[in-house]
Design a binder for this molecule. Structure first.
Ligand SMILES: C[S@@+](CC[C@H](N)C(=O)[O-])C[C@H]1O[C@@H](n2cnc3c(N)ncnc32)[C@H](O)[C@@H]1O
Length: 435
C-alpha cells in the first residue's frame, strides 16, 4: 500500500493536531539554529530571485519558524555583503516552497502564513525599502507531493531543508505484510527488537527512498545550493532492528508500551491478530553509515556536515519530571503526541473507532507505567520517553566542475560546530499537567 496517501500528520488545531502537539519538535528544532545558521553561510548567494524549499512542512507552525530563521540568516548575509564590498546592492525577492504530502492540511498552513511569516521590514529595514507594499519577507507556494519524487523545476532551489521527515518511508515492503511470506511481520506493529531479516527489508526500502530523495534534490538544487536534513537515526549500524538506543529505557514513544497496547486491543477482542500483524509503522531510522553510503552513491553533493547520531530529549528533563508526577494527565499528553504524528496512519489501517480504542489502551499503559515510576525515583530518572536519536546532515550541490572531480571515498566536514547546550534552549510551554 502506498503510505504517501495517508501518512500526513493530524491537521487543524484540535486536541490531537500536529499544530498543538508539534511543540516538542519545535523545541528540538530551536537547538538546531546554530547549525542552520552555519549552513546558510555555505550557500552561494544569487543576484536574482532566491528559492528556499521545506520538504515535509506539515501544518506549518514549526516550518514557518524555520523559514523565518533561514530568511533572517540569508538577509544578514546580503546586508553584510552589501556593507563589505558593494557587489550585492539589494535584497533578492525570495520564494519559499512548502512541500508535504497531498493529504496534508495546507489550509492551516496558509492561514498561519498570513499571520506568522515575518514582515519584510522587521528583517532588514535598511535594505528592504524597495519592498514596501509587500506584507511578508518572502513569497510562498505550497507543493503537494512526495519528496521521494521530483517536485520542483531543475536547478531552481538555493536552500532546501527537511526536518523530522526522512525517517518516514514511502511504503511498507510488500513481503512484510504478506501472510504467505516467510518475512511476514507476525506479532508486531514495527521492527523494533524484532526479526533482523524483516528489519533488513525495511532497510532496503528506506535506502531506495533515500536514493530517490537525493537524486530528486540533485536535479532541483542550483550548483552551490545547500540541503539541510535532520531526521531520526540509530546508533547500531549492524543491526537495523535496534532502532532505539539500547542504553535508554523506554526511549521513543513507540516502544514497549505502544506494542503492548496492540496486544491489549487483540486480547480485548477489538481487532484480530491479523489486523495488527498487517500494520507496520512506516518509520526507519537509518544509521550514519547508511546515509553516508547513499550520499556517495548519488555523487552530486559534497558533505559539509555529518557527525555521529546524537540523542536529543524532545522534552526538557525537569518538565518531564514534573509531568510524571501526574500519571493520568501525562498519559493524555503522551498519547496526544503520538496520535498527532502516527494517528492518521493507524486510522487509515483500521478506522477511527479502533484507533480511538487503541489510544485508550495506550493511555492506560502509560498511566500504569507513570504510576509505577512514582515509587521508584531511579527508574523515573531513566525513563527517557522523549529521547530520540537524530542525524543532522548538510550537503552542498556540486558544481559541474566539482562533479567531474568526484572522489567518492573522501569527505571533509567543513562545518565545525561545538555541540549545542540544550539547557540554553528556550523553555517549552507544554500542556498543563496538574491534576
Ligand atoms: C513530524 S512532521 C515534521 C513537520 C515539520 N518539518 C517539523 O519539523 O515540525 C513529518 C512530516 O513529513 C511529512 N512527510 C512524510 N513523508 C513524506 C513524503 N514522502 N513527502 C512529503 N512529506 C512527507 C508528513 O506528512 C509530515 O507532515
Amino acid at each position: 500500500m502506498d503510505q504517501a496517501k495517508f501518512i500526513a500528520m493530524v491537521g487543524g488545531d484540535g486536541e490531537f493536531s500536529y499544530q498543538r502537539m508539534g511543540v516538542l519538535q519545535a523545541h528540538a528544532g530551536r537547538r538546531l539554529e546554530p547549525l542552520l545558521a552555519e549552513a546558510v553561510k555555505h550557500m552561494s548567494l544569487p543576484q536574482g530571485p532566491l528559492h528556499i524549499a521545506d520538504f515535509g512542512c506539515s501544518t506549518g507552525r514549526n516550518s514557518i519558524s524555520y523559514m523565518n530563521f533561514i530568511v533572517k540568516c540569508i538577509t544578514d548575509r546580503y546586508v553584510e555583503a552589501g556593507e563589505n564590498n558593494g557587489h550585492v546592492t539589494g535584497m533578492p525577492e525570495m520564494l519559499v516552497s512548502f512541500n508535504d504530502l497531498p493529504g496534508n492540511d495546507f489550509n492551516t498552513l496558509s492561514q498561519l502564513l498570513a499571520s506568522e511569516a515575518k514582515d519584510a521590514k522587521d528583517l532588514a529595514p535598511s535594505i528592504n525599502g524597495a519592498d514596501v507594499g509587500r506584507a511578508s519577507s518572502y513569497f510562498s507556494a505550497m507543493v503537494g507531493g512526495s519528496f521521494y519524487n521530483r517536485l520542483l523545476p531543475k536547478e531552481s532551489i538555493h536552500f532546501a531543508i527537511s526536518r523530522f521527515c526522512l525517517h518516514w518511508m514511502s511504503q511498507i515492503p510488500a513481503t512484510v505484510t504478506d501472510k504467505s511470506s516467510p518475512l511476514y511481520n507476525k506479532g508486531r506493529s514495527w521492527i523494533l527488537g524484532g526479526n533482523p531479516t524483516i528489519a533488513r527489508e525495511f532497510a532496503q526500502q528506506s535506502m531506495l527512498d533515500l536514493d530517490n530523495f537525493l537524486d530528486s534534490r540533485a536535479a532541483e538544487m542550483v550548483p552551490g545550493g545547500i540541503v539541510f536534513a535532520s531526521f531520526v537515526s540509530r546508533r547500531d549500524a549492524a543491526n537495523p532492528e535496534n532502532q532505539v538506543n539500547p542504553e535508554c529505557h523506554h526511549c521513543f514513544a513507540v516502544g514497549p508500551d505502544f506494542e503492548n497496547a496492540w496486544n491489549d486491543l487483540i486480547d480485548d477482542g477489538v481487532i484480530t491478530t491479523e489486523t495488527r500483524d498487517t500494520f507496520n509503522l512506516p518509520i526507519y531510522g537509518r544509521s550514519k553509515e547508511e546515509v553516508e553510503a547513499a550520499i556517495i552513491k548519488c555523487g552530486a553533493f559534497d558533505i559539509q556536515y555529518l557527525q555521529s547520531p546524537v540523542d536529543e530529549d524532545l522534552c526538557p528533563e525537569d518538565e518531564l519530571m514534573h509531568m510524571l508526577q501526574f500519571p493520568k494527565s501525562f498519559a493524555m499528553f503522551l498519547s496526544a503526541f503520538v496520535r498527532a504524528t502516527n494517528g492518521p496512519t493507524i486510522e487509515a489501517h483500521m478506522g477511527r473507532h479502533n484507533t480511538d480504542e487503541f489510544f485508550i489502551r495506550y493511555q492506560r499503559r502509560i498511566t500504569a507505567r507513570a504510576t509505577s515510576l512514582l515509587s521508584d525515583p531511579k527508574a523515573q530518572q531513566e525513563y527517557k520517553i522523549f529521547r530520540v536519536t537524530f542525524l543532522h546532515v548538510v550537503l552542498k550541490r556540486k558544481t559541474a566542475h566539482t562533479l567531474s572531480d568526484v572522489n567518492p571515498g573522501v569527505h571533509v566536514s567543513q562545518i565545525d560546530l561545538t555541540p549545542t547546550d540544550s539547557s540554553t534552549s528556550p523553555r517549552l510551554k507544554l500542556a498543563s499537567c496538574s491534576p
